[in-house]
Write a protein that binds this ligand. Structure first.
Ligand code: SF4
Ligand code: SF4
Ligand code: SF4
Length: 313
């Protein structure tokens, strides 16, 4: 069994958490589930319990610590300066060393399906994927749960088991309920936001001075490069007049998704044009991190443009 004493150095940092809750306002994992146990604060409390001997190290606790999108918003929001991610990283290493083989939100490969093409190894910006002993291995500490390896796998061998709202099926369910809600006749568009760029700013905006229009729904895609054409088409099929994708400026994109989503939407627009639907209904806007005004301005401008086009006939 790994030595819990290795985490002892974080005891004073854990004690610094005054339970103010500023962190969870910004955490996409907590936002998706609404459970305290999924918030940065909840996980720090769990860890404190493990360190003080009141909670047994278990698969459940280990898994919670690996459920994170690494956006770092909790660190920036913490009123007491708790280095949340540094604490988590050491705790993750402790649990792995102790033999808890958990995956959390990291990417998982089905080795029976994997073609060993190494696309995912080459594309992972975080060097979290390697080829060893004839199979792909994910480094669970390095994986940032961006989902880009899922996008490049030709065999669909990779999954993120708990997407906290970002997996395609979860996006589809939310799009479906938005456009099939009789109480929202104003529904016109879906705005997909990157978890690392637009989303953090927008999170803050909910507690700030900005009002979110009922004419569009905001959905978070993890890295925008993970957004598939068929997810965008599903939104149009459900009744959206158009779809806006807010991604990082390319020079700020940490996961390499911005250029890919732009390229993909360019091709999709060409197809829509050939079908007589036009090329204005799917747009991509670059929004820097933590800029809710720019995000909402882009969404507002897009909606005004859609109103001149009307619904898809
Ligand atoms: S890094 Fe982001 S996803 Fe992870 S706990 Fe902090 S706020 Fe939540
Ligand atoms: S591409 Fe993203 S999800 Fe895949 S292994 Fe690398 S960091 Fe993890
Ligand atoms: S991209 Fe998919 S098929 Fe290719 S090596 Fe990675 S997991 Fe295997």
């Amino acid at each position: 069994m790994a030595e819990i004493t290795k985490l002892e150095k974080w005891r004073s940092a854990l004690n610094k958490c005054i339970r103010c809750g500023y962190c969870y306002e910004h955490c996409p994992i907590y936002k998706a589930s609404g459970w305290e146990i999924d918030s940065p604060r909840g996980k720090l409390i769990l860890l404190y319990g493990v360190l003080s001997g009141e909670i047994e190290p278990s698969e459940y606790v280990a898994n919670k610590l690996f459920e994170c999108f690494h956006c770092n918003r909790c660190v920036k929001a913490c009123s007491s300066g708790v280095p949340v991610q540094d604490v988590y990283n050491d705790a993750r290493a402790f649990f792995l060393e102790a033999g808890f083989d958990v995956v959390g939100t990291t990417s998982v490969t089905d080795h029976d399906v994997c073609a060993r093409c190494l696309n995912c190894v080459r594309m992972c910006k975080h060097e979290a994927r390697t080829f060893a002993d004839g199979k792909i291995v994910t480094d669970r500490i390095k994986c940032q749960s961006c989902g880009n390896c899922l996008d490049v796998c030709p065999e669909k061998a990779i999954t993120i088991q708990r997407g906290y709202g970002t997996n395609p099926e979860e996006l589809w369910t939310r799009v479906h309920s938005f456009f099939n809600n009789a109480q929202n006749p104003e529904a016109k568009a879906v705005v997909f936001g990157c978890n690392w760029s637009s989303y953090p700013g927008l999170q803050a905006s909910r507690y700030d001075r900005f009002e979110i229009s009922k004419e569009y729904m905001i959905l978070i895609t993890a890295c925008s490069g993970r957004l598939k054409s068929h997810t965008v088409l599903q939104a149009l099929e459900q009744g959206a007049w158009g779809v806006l994708i807010c991604c990082c400026p390319e020079d700020e994109c940490e996961h390499g998704g911005s250029p890919r989503v732009k390229e993909r939407m360019k091709y999709l627009n060409r197809t829509l044009e050939r079908l007589g639907i036009g090329s204005k209904r799917i747009q991509v806007a670059e929004v820097p991190q933590g800029n809710p005004k720019q995000f909402l301005d882009a969404a507002g401008k897009f909606i005004e443009e859609l109103k001149t086009l009307g619904p898809i006939a």
